[in-house]
Every structure is written in structure tokens, then in C-alpha cells.
Design a protein around this ligand. Structure first.
Ligand code: GDP
Length: 479
């Protein structure tokens, strides 16, 4: 049975239980088929329906991707600007590169799910560094939008008031149900500052209007998946794709986001040097949204209070009474990510200056301290991506409230993190942290609208699997 075993092994290991297609060039993207060497096997299997839909998406992408006959035809239509009647061969959704890296990863995963649900081809605006950070996820044809795409120069300026903006068209009554012709493209503004008309994107009626528009161009910085779960026409498909609901980002993230070779180098060198030998790996992601410059004592106190109370890290013996650590004392490795170095320095000193009560030894490591967000710089974003990924390789994760950086790590890792609550008035919140209900990211700016009744409603109490988030009371997440 050796061969059969090898086959099953390969399928469950290298191909992540069938999530990944076989046959990619391994050297072009070393991470794709070797990520499994660094992770425990996921407890969450992708459904066979999800796997079959991914394979059929790959066929669609191959048929409609950049520079295919269908693509060129759709492009001609876009260039001519003519309003069109009837169906086109392939329909597209273009994702505009926008915002911090964590936000981008989450919004892109959402947009891929939207593409699956609507049979559209996803094309990714490369922005400054998408190609530098990620491998191609689909076989044969690139997911990158060609740089000569006609509207590319307008991406930065597209906003709520653009003439082809869906919400704006609704506001100005340019869209009415009797109109048979549709514009060749529609811009969807789903940025956190979007308005009530833009939010009608999440209504069935508007979805059916968008159905035959060949080009949708979307700008968003949000993980809007939870609200897709509230659109009735997507319900059956979502149930079939994700019988285990709170695994959307876990599966789609692992399917889509493979670190490029140089980022993979950053990840694997760091992992092997500092984390591989530990008996347990604990990730602590510290992201403080405060206009003042840290580090802050109340944040350090909060981290210690959380990790000790939840027994994620051992307490130290301030009397230094334990002098002989046992020969085979457990080694815990703590991976800290933060823009500042202060928190990990304090933690490292604490475990150097004092023995632990348990006899364990604790190493504290922080790959970088970039001081402030520098989204425009290449090496900065490579490191940010590497650090999110390294956090996802830990066994136990502590994250900061509000941060998409942490959401990416928890989702890829299949980890339900302890979330450090946002502090107020420089005091340690009580409790300092809370275990997340699910590993899904939070949608920070969901609509609160009942499309049928045409009135406001609390969308966090409609169905049991879409709830308000632990860290943002008005946010929504799939649980
Ligand atoms: P969010 O703002 O926490 O939701 O996450 P984003 O990833 O969207 O934006 C934060 C950006 O700040 C990151 O992309 C990085 O550029 C930078 N950043 C924040 N925290 C860290 C960190 O711990 N390490 C590194 N290398 N960069 C960070």
C-alpha cells in the first residue's frame, strides 16, 4: 500500500487536502508546496464542493484571464464605452490595491469569494508590490491586471462621487429597473467611509442588477464576507462551499496567498533559526492605535496580565528561589511582532532576570521594529507579510483588537486567538483579553440595513452564524 499511502500523504500534506491544484512549477514559488512542512495539518478540511468550485474557477480563469481572446473582446467593449445588451463571454471583477497589507489580504480574499459566487474572473491591480509579495495562485494565467488596462490611471481617483460609482448612480437615479442597457463598467466603492447608497451592494436587488455588467471595479479595505452571508441569493452556495462556516478565510487565504520566494526566505530562515526547536510557540501581535508614541506601561501590563491569567506564558519567581532548572526543561519560544521594540525587550529581560515557576525556559524574539507604518516601501511590506505568516505558524496566538494584521495570522494559522482589548484611559481593561469565538476576521464597517423592509436593522442578530465581533462592537464576523 506504499504508493497509495504516498498519494494520500501528498494530497493531505502538500496539496492541503485538495485545496491546491497540482502541477505548478515548484521553483517559481517554493512556499506553495512546502508550507505544510511548517504547519500542523489543519483540523478543518475543505469541502469537496469547495475543491470542485476552485478547480472550475481555475478553468474559467484560464479561459478568460489576461490576453485571452475573451479578455481582449471584453476589453474592446470597455474601451468603446458602449452600453451593452445581453450577455458577454466572461465577466470580470477588478480588485484595486488599496490600504495596509493586512487590509489588502482580507479585502482580496473577500473579493475572490465574491468572484466565485458570481462567476466572475478576479483580476488584481498590482499596485506597488502585489507581484513582489505573492505568487500566482491560479495555474496558467496570471491574476494580475495587465498594466495597460484602460482605466488603470483612474484607480487612485475613483471615489464615491465618480460617475460610474454604483452608489452614486443609485443616488442620482441613473439606474432604474426599466433600463435594459447597462454601462460597460461599474465602480463599487466599499471603503470604510462608504455611504448608504454604496451599501446597497449588499442587497439582492442590486446584485441582480450587477449580474450582467461585464466589468466591476472594486475598491475596499474591508473583510466584507460576513455581509455576503446575509444576502439570500448567496445562501445555498455558501452553505455548500463552507459547511463549516467559520473557515472561509482559513481556506481561501491558504489557497490564494503564497509568499513569493524572497518573502519565503525571510519566513523560513527566521523560523528555523528561532522557532523550530521550541516545544511550544506563542505569537504575540502588538498593534496599538494611539496617536502618541509608545511603548506604554499599561499595554505591557495588559500583555502580562493576559498571558499569565490565561496561562499562555509561565509566571516568574521574583524571589529567584528556583535555581536549578531541570535538564529537560521545556523551551517556549515567544514571537513578538510590533512596530516598537520596547515590549519584547521587557519580556525578554523578565525571563532572563528571573526563573519561571514551572521551570520552563522562555526565549523572546522579534523579527523587526519598523517604528511606524511605511506602506510605500518594498522591504517594509515584505517584512510585514513575513511576520503575519510567522505568527500564523505559532501554536498559541495573542492578537491586538482592531488589527487586520492579526486577523490574517489567525486565519492562515487556523488559530482562535486571545484578543487584547483596546485600552481606554491608559488603564488595563478587565478582563485584559478574551478568546475569539472563531478564527474568522471581523468586518469593520458592515451595513445595518434591511433590504426588504427598507429600514435600518441590527445585522448582527439576524442569523446565528453572523455575530458582532469581540473587538469591535459594531463589526460583524462569521462564527
Ligand atoms: P492593521 O492596520 O493592523 O489593520 O494592519 P495593516 O497590515 O492593514 O496595516 C498595518 C501596517 O503597518 C502593516 O502592513 C505594516 O506595514 C505595518 N505594521 C504594523 N504592525 C507591524 C508589525 O508588527 N511588524 C511589521 N513589520 N509591520 C507592521
Amino acid at each position: 500500500g506504499g504508493v497509495l499511502f504516498q498519494h494520500a500523504d501528498r494530497y493531505n500534506g502538500k496539496l492541503l487536502g485538495g485545496l491546491l491544484a497540482d502541477g505548478f512549477d515548484e521553483a517559481a514559488c517554493a512556499s506553495r508546496y512546502s508550507s505544510f512542512l511548517y504547519r500542523k495539518i489543519s483540523l478543518h478540511k475543505p469541502s469537496s464542493y469547495l475543491i470542485s468550485r476552485l478547480r472550475s474557477y481555475e478553468d474559467l480563469h484560464k479561459r478568460c484571464g489576461p490576453n485571452t481572446q475573451s479578455y481582449n473582446k471584453a476589453l474592446e467593449q470597455l474601451k468603446s464605452g458602449k452600453k451593452i445588451m445581453g450577455l458577454t463571454d466572461c465577466n470580470y471583477i477588478v480588485w484595486i490595491s488599496f490600504s495596509g497589507l493586512g487590509n489588502r489580504i482580507l479585502s482580496l480574499a473577500s473579493t475572490f469569494l465574491y468572484a466565485l459566487l458570481t462567476n466572475r474572473v478576479l483580476l488584481v491591480d498590482q499596485g506597488k508590490d502585489m507581484a513582489d509579495l505573492f505568487c500566482e495562485p491560479f495555474p496558467d494565467k496570471s491574476w494580475l491586471l495587465p498594466r495597460d488596462f484602460p482605466l488603470i490611471d483612474q484607480f487612485d481617483s475613483l471615489n464615491q462621487n465618480s460617475p460610474n460609482c454604483h452608489g452614486n448612480m443609485l443616488k442620482n437615479n441613473v439606474i432604474n429597473s426599466s433600463a435594459m442597457s447597462k454601462p460597460s463598467y461599474i465602480y463599487l466603492h466599499l471603503v470604510h467611509d462608504y455611504g448608504d447608497h454604496d451599501k446597497l451592494f449588499f442587497c439582492d436587488g442590486d446584485q441582480s442588477f450587477l449580474e450582467n455588467v461585464p466589468w466591476l471595479i472594486m475598491k475596499t479595505d474591508n473583510y466584507y464576507v460576513p455581509s455576503l452571508f446575509l444576502i439570500p441569493s448567496f445562501e445555498t452556495e455558501l452553505r455548500n462551499l463552507f459547511p463549516e462556516k467559520a473557515t472561509v478565510f482559513h481556506h481561501l487565504g491558504r489557497y490564494l496567498f503564497h509568499p513569493s520566494n524572497h518573502v519565503w526566505g525571510l519566513i523560513t530562515r527566521y523560523y528555523r533559526t528561532y522557532l523550530a526547536k521550541a516545544d511550544e510557540r506563542i505569537g504575540i501581535q502588538i498593534r496599538i492605535f494611539d496617536s502618541r508614541r509608545g511603548p506604554f506601561k499599561h499595554v505591557m501590563d495588559q500583555i502580562l496580565s493576559c498571558t499569565l491569567k490565561e496561562k499562555l506564558l509561565p509566571a516568574v519567581d521574583m524571589q529567584d528561589s528556583v535555581v536549578n532548572p531541570s535538564e529537560n526543561a521545556k523551551l517556549k519560544a515567544v514571537l513578538v511582532t510590533s512596530l516598537l521594540s520596547g515590549y519584547s525587550e521587557d519580556l525578554r529581560n523578565m525571563y532572563w532576570e528571573h526563573p519561571t515557576m514551572t521551570g520552563e525556559v522562555v526565549g523572546v524574539y522579534q523579527p523587526s521594529h519598523e517604528e511606524f507604518q511605511q506602506t510605500e516601501k518594498q522591504m517594509h511590506n515584505r517584512k510585514a507579510w513575513a511576520e503575519m505568516y510567522l505568527l500564523s505558524l505559532t501554536d498559541v496566538l495573542v492578537t491586538s483588537a482592531w488589527s487586520t494584521f492579526g486577523y490574517v495570522a489567525q486565519g492562515l494559522g487556523g488559530l482562535r486567538p486571545w484578543i487584547l482589548y483596546k485600552t481606554e484611559n491608559d488603564t488595563v481593561p478587565d478582563p485584559p483579553c478574551h478568546r475569539a469565538m472563531s478564527m474568522e476576521p471581523c468586518f469593520h464597517a458592515p451595513p445595518f440595513y434591511d433590504c426588504k423592509a427598507k429600514k435600518g436593522i441590527d445585522t448582527g442578530i439576524l442569523v446565528p452564524h453572523v455575530r458582532h465581533c469581540e473587538d469591535i462592537s459594531w463589526g460583524l464576523k462569521v462564527v
